[in-house]
Design a protein around this ligand. Structure first.
Ligand code: NAD
Length: 396
């Protein structure tokens, strides 16, 4: 069984990824320090439903499937913790078999502070974002360099690294013809927040590691993810992923559907022409899986744009309004003053073929998918706190 190490395994994407790989026969280890949960408590963001701890979820998964997901609760900013995951000196917080699973063939790096508004609350939160994200990535790079040079690093980047340039966005790289000579460079990045800036710096760090030490890295430039369930989470409510609908940690479509159910006018920022690429959480899992099954070469930084379709904020709001109305909700749309500094009307034409070429089969944002999300939110309607939906964290 290949061993996969998932950093950030308690998170929105980390836990469903752990179950997905476990279900498909991988030996899975997850690591998390509950940064996200603690930040939600500190900022009083609320969640759609309570989620058992990571250890509890691993136990439930084991009871239901017989499969083991080993759990480590520790801070990956500590180099000793990161190194122990590769050297074998790690101590598990929960495992059926306490023996080291061996050097992982694949490591999926989700363990970051993932919110743009969080990174711009004030100087303190900017520092937390910068130190956390860069230290975790650097610790991972050195641990792999020193103990596991064959290990394939799959790192989650974001489409937000590119910003919204007035030219087509390529998949990670661009060939430049300059004064009669040609070379291939990372596609220009110009982040829209400090969080996104750390993702650019992650890419640069790992690109350095690839050039210096022949590491093998896949960088998944992911768009905002939507969805509340996966094949595995549907089997038991206690296995559901963390789900936020607040301004700090919620992603746009997840937020709009909660707003619609709570009879809260959809919070479209400014003119609403902001266009981004989106994907269903099931496709995140597929993309990571197909990347793991077809690893990058040694000395290769392989980059995929991980989106399945693009929408403007207005288009998403109109879809939610239409589907909500069909289900009996009188959904209103409110164009509020944009707290962010971003273009509200712009050109947007990214390429996203690479993942499909390695076998990903996209799910699209159909009415049926949205109705399913509505139904899950409705079941948990009594937990929705309208006071946390919008707080107006300003970029300026
Ligand atoms: N969700 C999205 O729409 C989206 C879009 C683009 C990119 N991404 C990227 O995907 C990754 C996962 O995103 P997510 O939505 O699951 O976020 P998340 O916050 O739910 O998951 C990240 C997990 O990492 C953990 N973590 C953070 N710092 C840690 C540390 N120092 N030590 C141990 N654990 C730590 C957190 O506690 C959390 O459980 C992030 O890197 C994010 O930037 C997410």
């Amino acid at each position: 069984m290949p061993h996969i190490l998932i950093l950030g395994g308690d998170g929105y994407l980390g836990w469903p990824t752990a179950m997905y790989f476990s279900h498909r026969g991988y030996d899975v280890t997850v690591v998390d320090n509950y940064f996200r949960r603690n930040a939600c408590l500190e900022l009083d963001t609320g969640m759609l439903y309570p989620v058992p701890t990571l250890v509890q979820r691993a136990k439930i998964w084991h009871e239901k499937t017989g499969n083991e997901i080993k759990v480590v609760i520790a801070d990956l900013q500590d180099p000793a913790v990161m190194r122990s995951l590769f050297s074998g000196s790690i101590r598990y917080n929960w495992a059926v078999n306490e023996e080291f699973s061996g050097v992982p063939e694949v490591v999926v790096h989700y363990a970051e502070q993932p919110s743009a508004p969080y990174s711009l609350i004030n100087h303190r939160y900017a520092n937390i974002t910068l130190t956390n994200n860069l230290l975790v990535t650097n610790n991972l790079m050195f641990a792999v360099r020193d103990y596991a040079r064959d290990t394939h690093i799959i790192k989650l980047g974001t489409m937000g690294e590119y910003g919204t340039p007035n030219i087509d966005i390529e998949e990670g790289w661009i060939e430049i013809d300059h004064k009669g000579k040609k070379d291939r460079f990372l596609f220009p990045r110009q982040a829209s927040s400090l969080y996104h800036t750390t993702k650019i710096m992650d890419t640069d760090l790992l690109w350095f590691g690839v050039r210096m030490w022949n590491l093998r890295v896949t960088d998944l430039m992911q768009g905002p993810v939507y969805g509340i369930e996966t094949e595995e989470s549907k089997t038991d409510d206690r296995l559901r992923m963390i789900f936020n609908y607040d301004e700090v940690f919620g992603t746009i479509l997840n937020r709009f559907i909660v707003q619609a159910v709570a009879d809260y006018p959809l919070t479209v920022y400014g003119k609403g022409g902001q266009t981004r690429g989106y994907l269903n959480i099931s496709d995140t899992l597929q993309c990571v899986h197909m990347s793991a099954e077809t690893p990058a070469q040694k000395g290769q930084l392989r980059i995929f744009n991980q989106i399945m379709e693009t929408f403007s904020a207005n288009e998403l709001a109109e879809k939610v309004q239409r589907v909500g109305k069909n289900m009996g909700y009188d959904v209103k749309i409110n164009h509020i003053e944009n707290p962010r500094k971003e273009a509200e009307e712009h050109y947007y034409n990214p390429t996203y073929q690479g993942l499909i070429e390695i076998g990903v089969n996209p799910h699209y944002l159909t009415d049926e998918v949205m109705e399913g999300m509505f139904r899950t939110v409705v079941k948990n309607k009594s937990n929705i706190r309208t006071d946390v939906i919008f707080r107006g964290i300003k970029w300026g």
